[in-house]
Design a protein around this ligand. Sequence first.
Ligand code: OGA
Ligand code: NI
Length: 364
Amino acid sequence: MAPVPSFPVKVGHIDDVQELNKAKLITVPERFVRDMADRPKLTANISSSSDIPIIDLSKLMEGDKDERFSEVMQLKTACEEWGFFQVLNHGIDLNVLENMEKVAKDFFMLPLHEKQKYPMAPGTVQGYGQAFVFSENQKLDWCNMFALGVEPPCIRNPKLWPSNPANFREILEIYSREIRELCKILLKYIAVSLGLKGEVFEEMFRVAVQAVRMNYYPPCSRPDLVLGLSPHSDGSALTVLQHGKDSSVGLQILKDQTWLPVQPIPNALVINIGDTLEVLTNGKYKSVEHRAVTHKEKDRLSIVTFYAPSYEIELGPMPELVDEKNPCRYRRYNHGEYSKHYVTNKLQGKRTLEFAKIQPNNSN
Ligand code: OGA
Ligand code: NI
């Protein structure tokens, strides 16, 4: 969640989708209606064999030698072939997750004028509104977002941290601390799964940047025409997603050119590899494209944490992962510059990663 763009942004009027839903319109406003090719197919009935991998963190951390080895191997396969996995037994107290879900939901349920006290300025990514909108003719997502920079303190915008719900700030602090620890642990095992020393990312990232985005998808009368969230990959190193408990299924990942729904497992967290880890691992671990779809009757809440290196650092593929068979595919760059590039462009599949590719026309 980097700096504000330095160019003027004209986005036109953006309807608040919760208000549209309340108005019980039968037709969806044109700006939300996707071009034919981008519309979701809602009929897919996917067998459980195509569910994303599951990693049991307690086995990684406390299992016997064989269990640890086998779990590390599963983590490696998950990162290489899926870029996504669900983590069980993550060690975070369920009250912390429940409290976060409750204050996020309570926030979205506030009257519009109350939420608008924390506005996301056009072209920026913190506050309440729709991020990644840069023009008047860009299609809009059927989603309300509330996003906040959390760590380090210099990326915080305290004016956007709401005083209503009253305990929001305190709960977000506790939640963010726990998720940060989880990210560090996961990155350690990800390093191990690459044959690297466990501390390599922690040392490289310096004071990591952490931001949270709460996404609320109200029901939509025409889920076949709209998207909840445009296809994209995350600019982070790791992303941690928590699904609301009674939420509809909505997250989809692109695997072998097919959109697969992610079936939430109660109390598990969904983890995905972001662009930064794709670059660091020279493409061995993939930052996979994903999107969200909406539901005719049910709403959906997701709480998403992005964990990334300090803006200060320079990064590129790690030398250990570059050799004759795996030539270097990305250039070195400053992470702050990449973050800026990411937040000043609309979400468009994996387009933003072209920034780092050595051969931009190389198909991925
Ligand atoms: C995101 C994201 C998916 C979801 O916020 O980057 O991919 O299901 N969210 O809300
Ligand atoms: Ni995402």
